[in-house]
Design a protein around this ligand. Structure first.
Ligand code: PMP
Ligand code: GLN
Length: 380
């Protein structure tokens, strides 16, 4: 057929999870926790359903949840969005990204993405008729080259997408990056889409540089987040977008005809959870830092070389001491022959770098799962 998305097949996460099942492999591929959702959240969800919170919510989201997001944003980033006009609850960050792109990108517009980047960005841009302009991050540190970004800007540039903490690398923007970004965007009418789904998973005392901390950025930004990452429930698909009133109004025009609203009982549950247990998101970094440290220590007993992980729940490993296969072939081999699923990096690129020998492992797992994986990885 005359496909609208010629470059797109089935996502690498689906392919590798399927392969994991077929081969009984330990799945450190697709990013999802294998431990429980906080008990209070499950109780609150069940209660919401029993209490009849089962019909359409307001299009913009349950008011109590938007209030809770406004308060949490102020606590975390020192600025309070208006719950009425600036916060929209969505069916995951994926929907928020799709809606934001479709709200502002017209046919022929260019959107700058920093490679490697999460796989849903480019298809959203293409479906809007836009063109993704790929600017590579540093191949080892995954830091942006802001001069290269500046050179990529044209009169057609409508939007720039950033992601911190970053999937797949775990790299984080620091304050100097934000200053460079502010300089770069000043005087332009380029929108910023800031993907901050791992906002609470940051390590070693680092500060998450949310675009919401900076007036110069938030005036032009769609900031998206996801409760899936923060509350260990990637399958619930609830997220949100914070944007200035005029941008939120455009965003909502897409949202209301895309999904209209999001799973109502979960919205009540998150509203309760955010308010009653702020320590959950406050301690999430420490929770994952323990996992990261233990996993990295174990990896040092294998031939895989772990790269630094400032944030997020993915560990990149350099496998060049094990194999000279390209990353897709290596991850397939690791799954089918060695029983551990990893995700190759090449699907995160417009043009994958030649000779890169990196794979992504998800450490949002119970110790038993990680131990089982390490036992197999020691055999490499
Ligand atoms: N952005 C990034 C960087 C992600 O890693 C993910 C989840 N894998 C998403 C967006 C999508 O989040 P959600 O599952 O809430 O749609
Ligand atoms: N965000 C998840 C990851 O990076 C995958 C989500 C999905 O499978 N769509 O692993």
């Amino acid at each position: 057929p005359d496909t609208k998305l010629p470059k797109v097949g089935t996502t690498i996460f689906t392919v590798m999870s399927q392969l994991a099942i077929e081969h009984g492999a330990v799945n450190l591929g697709q990013g999802f926790p294998d431990f429980d959702v906080p008990a209070r959240l499950v109780d609150a969800l069940a209660r919401a359903m029993r209490e009849g919170r089962n019909q359409y919510s307001p299009m913009t989201g349950v008011p109590a949840l938007r209030q809770a997001i406004a308060e949490k944003t102020e606590r975390c980033y020192g600025w309070r969005p208006d719950a009425e006009s600036e916060i929209t609850v969505t069916s995951g960050a994926s929907e928020a990204i799709f809606d934001a792109v479709h709200a502002v990108v017209r046919p022929g517009d260019e959107v700058i993405v920093l490679d490697p980047c999460y796989d849903c960005y480019e298809p959203a841009i293409e479906l809007a008729g836009g063109v993704a302009v790929h600017v590579p991050l540093d191949p080892r540190t995954f830091a942006p080259d802001w001069d290269a970004v500046r050179r990529a800007i044209t009169p057609r540039t409508r939007m720039l997408m950033t992601n911190t903490p970053h999937n797949p690398s775990g790299a984080m923007l620091d304050e100097s990056d934000v200053r460079a970004l502010i300089d770069l965007l000043e005087g332009t009418d380029i929108y910023l889409l800031s993907d901050e789904v791992y906002e609470h998973i940051v390590f070693d005392g680092r500060r998450h540089e949310s675009a919401l901390r900076y007036a110069e950025l938030r005036e032009r930004a769609f900031v998206v987040s996801s409760f899936g990452k923060t509350y260990h429930c990637t399958g619930w698909k609830v997220g949100y977008c914070i944007a200035p009133p005029a941008l939120s109004a455009e965003f909502r025009k897409v949202h209301q005809y895309n999904t209209f609203c999001t799973f109502t009982p979960a919205q009540f549950a998150f509203a309760e959870m955010i308010e009653a247990e702020p320590e959950h998101y406050e301690q999430l970094g420490a929770f994952y830092e323990t996992k990261r440290d233990r996993f990295r220590e174990q990896l040092l007993t294998t031939k895989l070389q772990p790269l630094p992980v400032p944030g997020g729940y993915f560990q990149l490993v350099d496998y060049s001491a094990v194999s000279d296969l390209d990353d897709a072939a290596f991850c397939r081999w690791l799954t089918t022959e060695k029983g551990v699923v990893a995700i190759p990096l090449s699907p995160f690129y417009g043009t994958p770098p030649v000779g890169q020998r990196l794979a992504r492992l998800c450490f949002a797992k119970n110790e038993a799962t990680l131990d089982a994986a390490i036992e197999r990885l020691r055999m490499l």
